[in-house]
Design a protein around this ligand. Structure first.
Ligand SMILES: *Cc1c(COP(=O)(O)O)cnc(C)c1O
Length: 397
């Protein structure tokens, strides 16, 4: 059986999204900046996609900028707010310790450029409260950037409440909603969001295309220089097929959101219940307030990498943390941020589901994870030390 359970890393592009892209390779291939009718047809399509994305976020089309993905949208949003703040001598930024690297590394760069960054503690369940944000806001705070939902452990943050605190304090609020867009209801007005990042390939759109929402009145800042596309703020000929595919995928995801949430949550809870039967493992993230498709565990006495390879040999595609950190030997910054000790942070497994997964697949995953964990523990010197009492268990049986 072949099971794809790595939807937080990327998703299969839906058939509808692929179909929506096709004409823009072969028939409507004009450059949207061209004045001739081929160009104008492309321009119309581009603007219809912008209107559609805007509608699903509850903003106006002029507040949407298309980008190359979530990473670029994060960079652009954060740089825009930093630039805006610096003009008023505000150089303090608040974020959390478990953001995606697209946010954390941008903030690290800004620190070298003279900004001061406060990373809020996310506690064991992986969240921050509006009160924590409120307490951290200073007169010189230029930006609060807090993710909508975490990509590794799935916890959903109190975005509306955090946005409210920011609004009351007059501080710009950005959220990396890459894991939430198309999966959870979002309305930037009701949720008090000034800036938001999303990415097509996390909701069955194509890879390499995303969008940034920036509230009217906040100036977007270029991170590249070039032509007049995206009102001069994001130069470069538009990836029209990608944009059309993303808009279609978002349309579909929003149209089926309630049923997808119901279906995927049931699969997730079945998987969590099955895997929880394994002794000495611990669920990461909030048990209830979590993304419908996210399952994340740490197992004591094993290495996540070996677990992944053996699961792959059983046809299961999973992840040990985020795709961006796999391949490095450091444990995930997210697992360390929620206080998992190094020993168990190394034994992590993330399974991320979508509405195309089935109950039979969940059964196959549960049986396989049980087998593989037992096999790895049987050959692990660490596990022997744990079971003979030479080392203390960290997790409960
Ligand atoms: C995937 C992801 C990103 C990066 O998006 P890309 O489109 O791959 O650049 C940023 N933030 C989060 C939370 C993500 O899951």
């Amino acid at each position: 059986m072949k099971v794809y359970a790595d939807n937080a890393a990327t998703t299969k592009t839906s058939e509808a999204a692929v179909q929506a892209m096709m004409p823009y390779f072969s028939t409507i291939y004009g450059n949207p900046s061209s004045l001739h009718s081929d160009g104008q047809r492309a321009k119309e399509a581009l603007e219809s996609a912008r209107a559609s994305v805007a509608k699903h976020l509850g903003c106006t089309p002029r507040e949407i900028y298309f980008t190359s993905g979530g990473t670029e949208a994060d960079n652009m949003a954060i740089r825009s707010a930093a630039f805006f703040g610096a003009r008023k001598n505000k150089r303090h930024i608040i974020s959390t310790a478990f953001e995606h690297h697209a946010v954390l590394h941008t903030l690290a760069k800004l620190e070298k450029e003279g900004f001061e960054v406060t990373l809020l503690d996310v506690g064991e369940t992986g969240t921050v409260s509006a009160q924590q944000v409120k307490d951290a806001i200073r007169p010189d705070t230029a930006l609060v950037t807090v993710m909508f939902a975490n990509n590794e452990i799935g916890s959903i943050l109190p975005i509306r409440e955090i946005g409210k605190v920011c609004k009351e304090a007059g501080v710009v609020f950005h959220t990396d909603a890459v894991q939430a867009a198309g999966h959870l209801p979002i309305n930037v007005v009701e949720d008090n969001i000034d800036m938001l990042s999303l990415s097509g390939h996390k909701f069955h759109g194509p890879r390499g295309v995303g969008a940034m929402y920036i509230r009217k009145g906040l100036p977007p800042v270029n991170i590249m220089e070039g032509g007049a596309q995206e009102r001069g703020k994001r130069p470069g000929t538009e990836n029209l097929p990608g944009i059309m595919g993303m808009a279609k995928a978002l349309d579909e995801a929003c149209a089926h959101m309630d049923e997808n949430i119901r279906k995927v949550t049931a699969l997730r809870d079945k998987l969590i219940a099955g895997i929880s039967e394994i002794p000495h493992c611990v669920l990461n993230g909030d048990p209830v307030n979590r993304l419908p498709g996210n399952v994340s565990f740490c197992f004591e006495g094993i290495e996540g990498e070996s677990l992944l390879l053996l699961l792959d040999s059983k046809g299961i595609s999973a992840s040990s943390g985020s795709a961006c950190t796999s391949g490095s030997l450091d444990p995930s910054h997210v697992l360390l941020a929620i206080g998992r000790p190094h020993e168990i942070a190394h034994g992590s497994l993330r399974l991320s589901l979508c509405e195309e997964n089935t109950e039979e697949e969940m059964d196959h995953i549960i049986v396989s994870v049980k087998e593989v964990v037992q096999y790895l523990r049987n050959i692990s010197p660490v596990w022997r030390d744990l079971t003979t009492g030479k080392r203390q268990f960290i997790t409960k049986e």
